[in-house]
Design a protein around this ligand. Structure first.
Ligand code: ADE
Length: 236
């Protein structure tokens, strides 16, 4: 079955973007997923097809009208059974857990905002989850939508070789991954850690685990404390 992405946007030409290439591009060509856009401009009002208006209460910028979003939603014909997601820096942070849920759905519907945002009422009335891809502000939701789609598509059955699937498991354990090395064994005066050349698989696994813990503790104290809590609870 084809996983169906539906994107409501003012910039339909931005899709599938980089997802037309490499792993996701092959999967697209093979019909494992499909990307459909609904141009919100087509649902704009009047001779100029206006999609936005000034904010009630005053302030800078423009807000996308709820009636325009609703018309685009209706026209998109996205299934009632797919998660509806509005990409916004005001959203709940996207996690790998969300990505797994979206990838396990029949598809997703993504609403991309521009300007100051979208009228809150249509988000409430039509059940859109608000999701952010990180604590920084992009010029629009389109690049965030591409990020979310990239993360979902690589999890679809048949997209990734079985050799890569372990990578995903390692992140879902809650630690950052250990560092990687390949040939040459010495480069620019730097040697690969001896243990990796030892052929001792148990020792290598222990070293990698220790590295993963060290790096997580250093770089992501938030993930590290969550991991410690979980280890305590499960008694591992
Ligand atoms: N739109 C603008 N910035 C965004 C972000 N950080 N995440 C999701 N959508 C956005």
């Amino acid at each position: 079955m084809t996983w169906q992405a539906t994107v409501l946007t003012l910039f339909p030409d931005m899709f599938p973007g980089h997802l037309g290439q490499s792993l996701a591009g092959r999967a697209l060509d093979n019909g494992l997923w499909s990307c459909r856009t609904e141009d919100m401009r087509l649902h704009g009002l009047g001779r100029h097809r206006a999609v936005d208006d000034t904010p009630f209460g005053g302030g800078a910028g423009m807000v996308i009208r709820p009636d325009v979003v609703d018309a685009a939603l209706a026209a998109s014909q996205a299934g009632a059974d797919v998660p509806r997601i509005y990409l916004t820096p005001r959203g709940r942070p996207l996690s790998q857990r969300d990505v797994r849920r979206y990838a396990a759905s029949p598809g997703v519907l993504l609403l991309c905002g521009r300007f100051e945002g979208v009228d809150e009422r249509v988000l409430e009335a039509r059940g859109l989850e608000q999701v952010s891809i990180g604590d920084y502000v992009l010029s629009g939701g389109e690049t965030a939508a591409l990020v979310l789609l990239d993360a979902c598509v690589r999890l679809l059955p048949g997209v990734m070789g079985s050799e890569d699937s372990g990578v995903e498991e390692s992140f879902s354990e809650g630690l950052l991954e250990y560092p990687h090395y390949t040939r040459p064994a010495e480069w620019d005066g730097r040697a690969v850690p001896d243990i990796l050349l030892s052929g001792n698989h148990a020792a290598i696994a222990a070293w990698r685990q220790a590295q993963a813990e060290e790096i997580t503790r250093e770089r992501r104290p938030d993930l590290w404390s969550a991991w410690l809590d979980r280890r305590e609870k499960t008694g591992l």
